[in-house]
Every structure is written in structure tokens, then in C-alpha cells.
Design a binder for this molecule. Structure first.
Ligand SMILES: [Zn+2]
Length: 279
């Protein structure tokens, strides 16, 4: 999982509230104002969730969320997705989630409710409860599983960048040319991260990407440090503006933590490339 990075999330959260508040004529009396509920950051979302679990007086928020996703509203899920610019699913870092809107062919990320809307209807439209994600993670893997800030990592709070790592385990000398010669694993010491890994099936899904790992093993042999230096000396300022540009070409992934969200599999590529001393 990769942290959702956007330079001004509080501003987007406030706009989200301002554009939707007119749709809610009578917000039931509760401990929190509509604005607080709609713009609550993850920690506060958790506080609200604990107090208003299964409160059916907020069921109308689920219906309003349905309207928000049906493209008939002035401000809808497409507009929010466009503003967030989350182009790769933060939960899995495997699938692109571009937003494209045209007359006959539109697509956008689905919005997962971190606190599911059936159990917590009060949070059905809350900005930080809406996680742009791919259909596999939202509909197939997560479904109605219960998530909370205590049991899982919330992508608006943190990602796996520093708290989980892919590793390579060589089994025999065929690993240079055969996927059967090695295994990969996704490891963490954090129980919440482990729960994310299990609930999204990330350990099993990433076993399907061994072809990428095999290529990295082969590239690490070809692109040794002196060859990388030679290429950089030859093309600096013409093909590559810096060494990171060259490493991206070699690995086919972004190699700094702040860029991992830009391309699928970047976290896998970065961790394995580091282990192989490719970067
Ligand atoms: Zn996903």
C-alpha cells in the first residue's frame, strides 16, 4: 500500500463538503456538525465510527453517496477522482486508476469506504473515508470486510514505504533465468500492515509478478555500477537529467519513496532493486 499524496488534502476535503452540503437538508442532531463529519481526518473518523455504528438515522447518506457516483450530479465522483489524481491504486500498487471522462467512454477509480457504509452510514460521504482504489481491491478483495484505524493502515495516514518490504529468496542457481529458482515475500513487523496484506491478498497476488523480479535479477547482472556510470557520463544532460532518470529507465519503476504512487509495482521494483544493488 502506498500513501495517498496530494499537496492540499484539507482544501479538497473542505471543497468536498462545500459542494455537497446543499444536498443535505436535515442532518440529524448528533455530537458532530455535518462539516466535522464530512471533513474528519482518519483519527476523528474512527472516533465518529465508534459512536455511531449501525445508526440507521444516517442511512440517507448512503443514498446521497449513490447519487454522487451516478454522474448526474454537478459535483460527482469523477470530479473528486480528477482532483485527487490517484493514478495507481494505493491499496495494491498494481493497477492503474486513471480518470477519463468523455461522452461514450469514461473510467475512474472506485471509491472504497474504509469504514464500510452499511455499518457506518454516517461516514458514507466523508472525504477521508473515500479511498480511490481499483475494482480488485475495492469490490473483490475488501468487499464488506471490517476495517478500522486500529486493525489496518489507512492510506491517507501512511503506506508501506518504510514498514513493509519485498524480499528475494534464492532457491538454486537457476534463479538467473527461471522463476522457479527463487521466491519473493512481502514482510512486515506491523500487525496492521500484515492485516492489510492478508485482506487484499497482496502476498499471493505479488507471487504472480515473479516475471518482473526475474528481469530485475538479469538487469542487475548487466547494469553493474561501472556500466551505469558509463551510461550516465555518456547521456547526462541529453537523455537523462539526473541519475534517478537513468535508474528508472533500467528498472522500469520509480525508485524514490515519494514517487512510488506514480506507477504500478514501483514498491516491488524498488525493494528488489535495492536488495540486488541495482539502485
Ligand atoms: Zn488495488
Amino acid at each position: 500500500m502506498i500513501k495517498i499524496s496530494h499537496p492540499d488534502l484539507p482544501k479538497l476535503a473542505q471543497e468536498h463538503y462545500e459542494k455537497l452540503k446543499g444536498k443535505i437538508k436535515h442532518f440529524p442532531t448528533c455530537k458532530y456538525s455535518l462539516e466535522e463529519v464530512m471533513t474528519a481526518k482518519p483519527e476523528k473518523l474512527h472516533e465518529i465510527a465508534l459512536q455511531y455504528k449501525n445508526d440507521t438515522s444516517f442511512d440517507f447518506m448512503i443514498k446521497l453517496y449513490g447519487n454522487f457516483t451516478n454522474q448526474k450530479e454537478e459535483y460527482d465522483a469523477y470530479e473528486l477522482a480528477e482532483k485527487l489524481k490517484v493514478d495507481v491504486c494505493p491499496y495494491c500498487n498494481r493497477n492503474y486508476t486513471f480518470t477519463v471522462k468523455s461522452n461514450n467512454a469514461s473510467t475512474r477509480p472506485q471509491f472504497d469506504h474504509f469504514y464500510d457504509k452499511a455499518t457506518y452510514p454516517i461516514l458514507a460521504l466523508s472525504f477521508y473515508n473515500l479511498i480511490p482504489s481499483c475494482p480488485t481491491c475495492n469490490s473483490t478483495m475488501k468487499g464488506t470486510k471490517q476495517f478500522s484505524l486500529i486493525t489496518h493502515v489507512h492510506p491517507y495516514e501512511e503506506g508501506f514505504e518504510k514498514i513493509a518490504h519485498f524480499s528475494l529468496h534464492v532457491k538454486d542457481s537457476s534463479f538467473y533465468y527461471d522463476e522457479k529458482g527463487f521466491d519473493t515475500s512481502l514482510n512486515t513487523q506491523d500487525a496492521r500492515v500484515q492485516k492489510n496484506i492478508e485482506d487484499f491478498g497482496l502476498d499471493k497476488l505479488y507471487e504472480k509478478h515473479k516475471d518482473i523480479v526475474l528481469e530485475l535479477i538479469q538487469k542487475a547482472e548487466i547494469y553493474n555500477e561501472s556500466y551505469i556510470d558509463e551510461l550516465f557520463d555518456r547521456y547526462e544532460g541529453t537523455l537523462f537529467k539526473n541519475r534517478e532518470d537513468l535508474l528508472r529507465l533500467v528498472t522500469c519503476g520509480y525508485v524514490s519513496d515519494e514517487d512510488l504512487h506514480k506507477r504500478p509495482l514501483s514498491k516491488l521494483i524498488k525493494d528488489i532493486s535495492e536488495e540486488l544493488d541495482l539502485i
